[in-house]
Design a protein around this ligand. Structure first.
Ligand code: UD1
Ligand code: CA
Length: 488
């Protein structure tokens, strides 16, 4: 992840130390994937939209794995070995913001649907609250409204269960946040919840963090208790209610993960659809984060596009096809039930139905790879056809070649893999076994059913076949023989 920084009075702290007990997983919660990317990736991406001066991650459970997935050289990492609560996690990051005359935004690592734009607007809102009119845009010194301590992003949700409830005093100012487990029955009725996203004036937050206590239902240091502590200091924290509550859905178990994934998938597909992609039965289609689609692409039901896959203009992807880490050119037809991985398909090629291409395969312009054909680590030249029941592995195949049905490159002797070269305009008869390493020359022909073990020169025929015999009257002979046997 690139780490461009520029907002001079903003730092971000992302909490990602928790185990995620409810995931019942060996993998840390924030590394569970949504459309091919770990959850923490989306939170980081949204954070970067605000262009903070610095991002600080609090990591703990399986911290090395998490640090590696975050993969940010310019970021700071703080280690929380025992997960004593969100307040404890933030207090460990305090050294990075206690002397900072600016804002600190806190994000939960398990809120992956939050949009960068929403965070940017929240920062603007906080700036407007804290800054007196005419203040210098680059810092708050001398112009700051000393009563404003922070903003909490909130939303009204259909089912507030599990979230902290926002208790307000009738205005936008928050009195306190009460966690589900500590809430009275009346407080549980409140449907305005804490998103876990906050923006504080950094020195004020730093000051009250030391006063947090863990005398609550969970025995944890709650970050949410800072609101009351700030209030006791005479400072105000405002609620900023965001209209689309789905942005702040927390992901605490695998069902919530599935739900978040579906929401994001629909958003991506909406984006591609308005940019010119046709989807047939979109609910059944799967498109990951790194996929790139050009206009006039048509995608049928149950298609999965995974990893870094791009599909160029005018291409059709037939039902039940899976394409992963591959580049598909213009006006290609991928017919149903084809599986393509780590490969390149050039313009106007026709693939499938039921084709399997993998491991650095390149299918050149206008080539045709048909039913039950597997191509591995091979280059198939322009306008070459391999239409039926074939295995091509470690092969380099020229232009205008015809590969007959049932052809197999015998590329493996149980120890090593060997290469097959088939030059331009060759004709490989049906059911040819090409025992590699081997070269079939330009314009050469192989007889059907041959086991080819020697190179075939240009324009020659390579055939390996016993003389076929015709035995006249054989039926009569058989009949006689069987009649005699019946008598015995
Ligand atoms: C938290 C909020 C709750 C809010 C909800 C929004 C508190 C006390 N509660 O609850 O008000 O409605 O988020 O989703 O903050 N983490 C650490 N170290 C810890 C504990 C947690 O890094 O010691 C991290 C977790 O990895 C997670 C985030 O903090 O990314 C939130 O922790 P979690 O336990 O999920 O809090 P919630 O119970 O969801
Ligand atoms: Ca949570």
């Amino acid at each position: 992840m690139a780490c461009e920084t520029s907002h001079e009075h903003l730092k971000v702290v992302i909490l990602a130390a928790g185990k995620g007990t409810r995931f019942k997983s060996k993998k840390p919660k924030v590394l569970h994937e949504i459309l091919g990317k770990p959850m923490i990736f989306y939170v980081s991406m949204a954070a970067k939209w605000t262009q903070p001066e610095e991002i600080i991650y609090v990591i703990g459970h399986k911290k090395e794995q998490v640090r590696e997935a975050i993969n940010c050289d310019g970021c700071k990492f703080v280690e929380q070995d025992e997960q004593l609560g969100t307040g404890h996690a933030v207090s460990l990051a305090k050294k990075h913001f206690e002397n900072f005359d600016g804002l600190v935004m806190i994000l939960n690592g398990d809120t992956p649907l939050i949009k960068g734009e929403t965070l940017k607007n929240a920062v603007k809102y906080m700036e407007a609250l804290i800054r007196y009119e005419g203040a210098d845009a680059s810092n708050f010194r001398g112009y700051r409204n000393e009563k404003v301590a922070g903003v909490v992003l909130t939303a009204r949700v259909p089912n507030p269960y599990g979230y902290g409830r926002i208790i307000k005093d009738g205005s936008h100012i928050i009195q306190k946040i009460v966690e589900e487990k500590d809430a009275t029955p009346e407080e549980k009725q409140i449907n305005e919840i804490n998103s876990g996203i906050y923006i504080f004036y950094a020195p004020y937050l730093a000051k009250v963090l030391d006063k947090l206590e863990n005398n609550n239902a969970q025995g944890e240091y709650y970050l949410t208790d800072v609101i009351q502590l700030l209030r006791e200091e005479g400072k105000d924290v405002y609620a900023l209610e965001i209209p689309d509550y789905t942005e702040i859905l927390g992901v605490n178990d695998r069902w919530e993960l599935a739900r978040a994934e579906n929401i994001l998938k629909t958003q991506f597909m909406h984006f591609w659809a308005v940019n010119g992609t046709t989807f047939h039965n979109p609910d059944s289609i799967w498109i990951e984060f790194d996929v790139d689609l050009s206009p006039d692409v048509e995608i049928f039901q149950n298609v999965m596009l995974q990893g870094e896959t791009s599909i160029d203009e005018g291409t059709t992807i037939g039902a039940n096809s899976i394409i992963k880490n591959s580049k598909i050119g213009k006006n290609v037809q991928i017919l149903p039930n084809s599986i393509i991985e780590d490969s390149v398909i050039e313009d106007n090629a026709v693939i499938g139905p039921f084709a399997r291409l993998r491991n650095n395969t390149v299918i050149k312009e206008g080539a045709n790879i048909g039913n039950f054909v597997e191509v591995k680590n091979s280059v198939v030249g322009e306008k070459t056809n391999a239409k039926h029941l074939t295995y091509l592995g470690d092969a380099e195949i020229g232009k205008n070649v015809n590969i007959g049905a049932g052809t197999i490159t015998c590329n493996y002797d149980g120890y090593k893999k060997y290469k097959t070269v088939i030059k331009d305009n060759a004709f490989i008869g049906s059911d040819t076994m090409l025992v590699a390493p081997i070269t079939i020359g330009e314009g050469a022909i192989t007889g059907s059913g041959s086991v080819i073990t020697k190179d075939v020169p240009d324009n020659a025929l390579g055939i390996e076949r016993n003389q076929m015999k015709i035995i006249e009257g054989y039926r009569e002979k058989m009949e006689k023989k069987h009649k005699n046997e019946d008598k015995e």
